[in-house]
Design a binder for this molecule. Structure first.
Ligand SMILES: Nc1ncnc2c1ncn2[C@@H]1O[C@H](COP(=O)(O)OP(=O)(O)OP(=O)(O)O)[C@@H](O)[C@H]1O
Length: 222
């Protein structure tokens, strides 16, 4: 199976010298919905930022198709335009595309996340889950094949949480998108193809959701 994301022997330390990633290697096959777990400070967010090119690693290799979409924990840190449609179009401003082509991309992306009917709605009038779906649509409009999610459900209520995770699972399956999703919430694991447990900057366990839940128990992390 082709690998959408391949990370080999990745190292990263902050300027303070504190090591975050110490020889991290992992692969995510194309079209897989993969979840990333680990205790606070284990390096999950740092790894996502390295994958997105927001940080540089001093050692190791990262291979993945660009552009990469990033969905943050708090959509208010990500959405910059006043309305849904304008925000989804925002990432296309540098693409030198015609107005009609931008509109088509925006409509297609909003349809994929079931928000086309809210295209003209102000961002402030959306729920948290709808805002996350606008952020996802922004990445889809840029034709990102890889989506990175950094605890996207942390601020959502339980119903919206499961609605978002199941919708992303469907999107991954329908569109052949590859997704890496960071979470602390074990209930979400049942929606993924495979989970990876990161501890002290390295992969401590990976496999089917039940295998990783068992590994968490064995390591006394649940
Ligand atoms: N900008 C920064 N400067 C210095 N140290 C940082 C910075 N961001 C994170 N760290 C430290 O790097 C380590 C890894 O942080 P990271 O956010 O990647 O962990 P995480 O697994 O995502 O944790 P959490 O589950 O709490 O979000 C932590 O010790 C953290 O304090």
């Amino acid at each position: 199976m082709s690998r959408a994301i391949a990370i080999d022997d990745l190292h990263f330390s902050w300027d303070s010298g504190a090591s975050v990633l110490a020889g991290c290697s992992l692969q995510v096959p194309a079209g897989e919905f993969c979840m990333l777990l680990g205790t606070n400070g284990s390096g999950k967010s740092t790894l996502l930022r390295l994958l997105a090119g927001l940080l540089d690693a001093p050692q190791g290799t990262i291979q993945l198709p660009k552009p990469v979409g990033f969905v943050f924990q708090n959509p208010d840190h990500q959405l910059v335009m006043p309305t849904v449609g304008a925000d989804v179009a925002f990432g296309l401003v540098d693409e030198n595309m015609s107005y009609a082509a931008v509109r088509q991309r925006v409509d297609e992306a909003l349809a994929m996340v079931n928000l086309l009917h809210l295209k003209r709605r102000p961002i402030y009038a959306l729920s948290g889950g709808q805002k996350q779906r606008v952020a996802i649509a922004g990445a889809l409009a840029q034709h990102c094949r890889v989506l990175l999610f950094d605890e996207p459900t942390a601020l959502l209520d339980p119903d919206s949480q499961l609605e978002l995770v199941s919708q992303v699972r469907d999107l991954v399956k329908d569109q052949g998108i590859t997704a890496l999703w960071v979470t602390h919430r074990l209930v979400e694991l049942d929606y993924c193809d495979r989970a990876i447990l990161l501890e002290q900057g390295r992969v401590a366990a990976q496999g089917a959701p039940d295998q990783v839940k068992q590994a968490l128990k064995n390591l006394h992390l649940t």
